[in-house]
Write a protein that binds this ligand. Structure first.
Ligand code: SF4
Length: 317
């Protein structure tokens, strides 16, 4: 259509269109009042607006759980999948349409239990995805069952005498996977840090894994209640290559310099649940994405690696 035709119809060329936050708002969120998922949705809508991501080239993929209702609340494309399978679906989308911005939303049961195999291998394949683990330490949608990240001793419907095992630590698991390229932790109750972390994750090329500590006031009200009231329980990891939020140091005075390139230090810091550490634990932008590797027309692995070393720009999507 000619420019004149567009003008006559009142159509706006997509390239010139400016998106407002309301352009990304889907159905009214039906999470419980006070649920941390609301805070994450707000940060994501803010990110989409700041980056001006086109709804028609953005996809949110989720599994099953309270947080997995996410795609319904956005006007982007969405795929509300089956339990634990968000990552293979998202990887498939990215391999076939590397031009799309693909986000993944999972809960702790979804990602670290039934989806654990997919989680580990997606980290290793390192497709260019922004992956959010909304960790409220319980199965909320199915009403109060112990998940892998439930604190030891916490009473649930499935373990009425208290959870028997110490919780799985998603950070140390992710930091142990070969070829993982971005591992961060943030909290929905520190909204400025949440937003800055999601922004850094989205800018990262490769799989950016962000564990978001999330309140569930219905089933695990005690887990982050203290941390919300006492900033001294939180330590911010800061570095020029990490997440730095101006002004946050006035509230969160515990700060630690941590170079996200230092994997050994990241593993050490991730071991301890206290203080609650927020920031980028690890980032290596030089890791190769699987969709890039697949494009290299070579027959053997060594030929492929040689071509990648010499002509990476040619194959990067
Ligand atoms: Fe949120 Fe918990 Fe309610 Fe689920 S049960 S919507 S996680 S507050």
């Amino acid at each position: 259509m000619t420019d004149l035709g567009c003008e006559l119809l009142g159509a706006v060329d997509d390239e010139d269109r400016e998106y407002a936050l309301s352009d990304y708002e889907g159905a009214r969120a039906r999470w419980c009042p006070g649920c941390g998922d609301h805070s994450v949705l707000t940060a994501v809508q803010k990110l989409l607006t700041a980056e001006q991501l086109k709804p028609e080239t953005t996809v949110f993929v989720s599994g099953i759980g309270c947080s997995s209702r996410f795609p319904h609340y956005l006007t982007t494309y969405g795929f509300h999948g089956i339990h634990g399978r968000a990552l293979p679906v998202a990887t498939g989308i990215k391999l076939h349409r590397p031009d799309l911005d693909v986000f993944v939303v999972m809960g702790d049961g979804d990602c670290t239990s039934i989806g654990a195999g997919h989680w580990v291998h997606a980290l290793r394949y390192n497709p260019d995805l922004t992956v959010m683990l909304l960790d409220n330490s319980i199965y909320g949608l199915t009403k109060n069952q112990t998940s892998p990240t439930t604190p030891q001793g916490l009473v649930s419907n499935t373990q009425p005498r208290g959870s028997l095992l110490p919780p799985l630590n998603p950070l140390t698991v992710a930091l142990g996977v070969t070829n993982a390229s971005f591992i961060a932790q943030t909290a929905e109750f520190v909204p400025a840090h949440l937003y800055a972390t999601l922004r850094a994750a989205h800018k990262h090329r490769g799989l950016a894994f962000v564990r978001i500590l999330q309140r569930c006031p219905i089933y695990t009200p005690g887990i982050y209640g203290e941390a919300v009231k006492k900033p001294s329980l939180i330590e911010l990891l800061v570095h020029d290559d990490g997440v730095n939020v101006p002004g946050l140091e006035k509230i969160y005075q515990q700060r630690r310099q941590h170079d996200p390139r230092d994997l050994a230090a990241a593993r050490e810091l991730a071991q301890s649940p206290e203080p609650i550490r927020l920031g980028v634990f690890y980032r290596d932008p030089s890791r190769i994405c699987y969709e890039t590797l697949r494009r290299v027309p070579a027959r053997t692995a060594s030929e492929r690696l040689t071509l990648l070393e010499t002509e990476l720009d040619r194959y990067a999507v």
